[in-house]
Design a protein around this ligand. Sequence first.
Ligand SMILES: Nc1nc2c(c(=O)[nH]1)N[C@H]1C(S)=C(S)[C@@H](COP(=O)(O)O)O[C@H]1N2
Ligand SMILES: [Mo]
Length: 389
Amino acid sequence: MTDEKINRREAIKKTINSGLALSAVASVPHWILPALAQGEELVPFSDMPEDYNRGPARPGAPHWLDTRMISDFYTDNMDFYVVQHYGQPEIDINNYKLKVTGLVDQEREYTLEDLQNMSQFDIDAGFECGGNNTGRFQGLVGNANWRGIRLRNILNASGVSSEGTEVVFFGADSGTEEIPNRDTEVEQSFARSLPVAEAMREENILALEMNGEDLPQSHGRPLRLVVPGYYGVANVKWLTQIHIQDRRYMGRFMGRDYVTLKKEMIGGEERWVENSVTKIQLKSAIVRVTRLGSQHKITGFVLTDGTPLRNVEISIDGGPWREATIDPRSTRYSWKLFTMDWNPSPGDHTLVSRATDINGHVQLTEEEMPEKASRWENYAQFPRTINIS
Ligand SMILES: Nc1nc2c(c(=O)[nH]1)N[C@H]1C(S)=C(S)[C@@H](COP(=O)(O)O)O[C@H]1N2
Ligand SMILES: [Mo]
């Protein structure tokens, strides 16, 4: 590992582990406080099973966060949620190649070393699975620093021809798909696509590193796409091929799965409309309450598609909305952690948060949400219940 890499990793680790040492310093703003400061206790939510415990991630298996443990700006690589639909492919790093094919002036192939020698940048991006929901207490979520190559540089190196409209990203993982009403099945790779204009956004990254370490196997080693501001499904892991074509890509994860089916008004007519899950919908959720003596603190996260946030507010027991404090480390595409101090009376309480963006869009309540038939994109306000003894 290069010195620069070690220094970056240490700097990121520091923000993850800085906990106890800092908590002793009174002048440190409370948002910096770690997992659990000395004498600080986690207060259980009454809407969670008493024995709820996610435990550590297991190699190869899906994983979600125990969101009560969210306290660090960067989610530890070992704890970041893990989702894949065809299992995790093992890639032989020595023979790894990324191919760029299709409607380009020059098809290309890159070895891992070629990619590592290209100019790098890094970006903070947080995202959730399009299927994240209240059942898992919003645990399919995480925030990390990604480092790698600008997707745009790779596309420009091949030169997208003028007929090219869609960029398809193929992973090394595949699975068999049964064909309905035909006695047959086919082997399909995991793949997603973006229109060329979206693919050219400067923030899109082909990530080689996550939080200062080589990309872990479970998060797409050695290379993954991250599209900041999009749901997790866009972020193709174990990336092996980028293909430019002149049609929409209709594979399973664009055309059948991760398709939101909801009612919309179309020119004055009520219609059911299907759309691929793409940009993150404005969302906040309260995930953690801690207590130091009688002083309580509420913590939550906000996700956006990159549209700046106006504020996030908390209402307690149906009372007035009060603005929470947003972690100043937040960036355009990171998650935004927020906190509020609270001096509760003993008894049962309901806590809920709502985010508002600069365009005045307010996170909706469950009742206000558009009528929806599919299970994707769960961004309604999430009321939590808690008993204070
Ligand atoms: N190659 C590949 N990439 C994939 C997937 C997959 O099944 N195969 N799943 C997607 C989905 S649905 C999500 S939510 C994210 C999860 O990324 P993570 O496991 O790094 O958190 O990966 C996306 N990228
Ligand atoms: Mo997902």
